[in-house]
Design a protein around this ligand. Sequence first.
Ligand code: AMP
Ligand code: ZN
Length: 115
Amino acid sequence: MNDCIFCKIARGEIPSRKVYEDDEILAFHDIGPVTPVHFLIIPKLHIPSLAEADLSHQAVLGKMLGLAGRLAREQGLADGFRTIINTGRIGRQEVYHLHVHILGGPEPLGPMVRK
Ligand code: AMP
Ligand code: ZN
């Protein structure tokens, strides 16, 4: 057992608003959405960040991206969306369990990076 908040969500110990779940992947709405639709796709396996991911994680990483379009469409993002993976201090990652942000809404998003 570990104290990682996303592992706890994956184990069902902390509630989340689920978008999708299978044996390897969970997707759930972000608790602090920054766009009208904002959800996260995580592997159930604890990988701290993309910096620690390697080719042994190829299948689950591929599955996360392979599901993104379908899940985005199911959440109403028919005209596109943005995917973000923040990594480490420079990437301003806050939760050290790898996750892909899926962001979108009815209007085009702002600039990709402000600074
Ligand atoms: P990052 O800065 O890429 O690590 O993003 C972490 C994201 O996790 C933020 O957008 C938070 O709002 C989100 N978050 C933190 N705790 C929870 C939670 N319990 N349920 C859903 N989203 C969360
Ligand atoms: Zn974790």
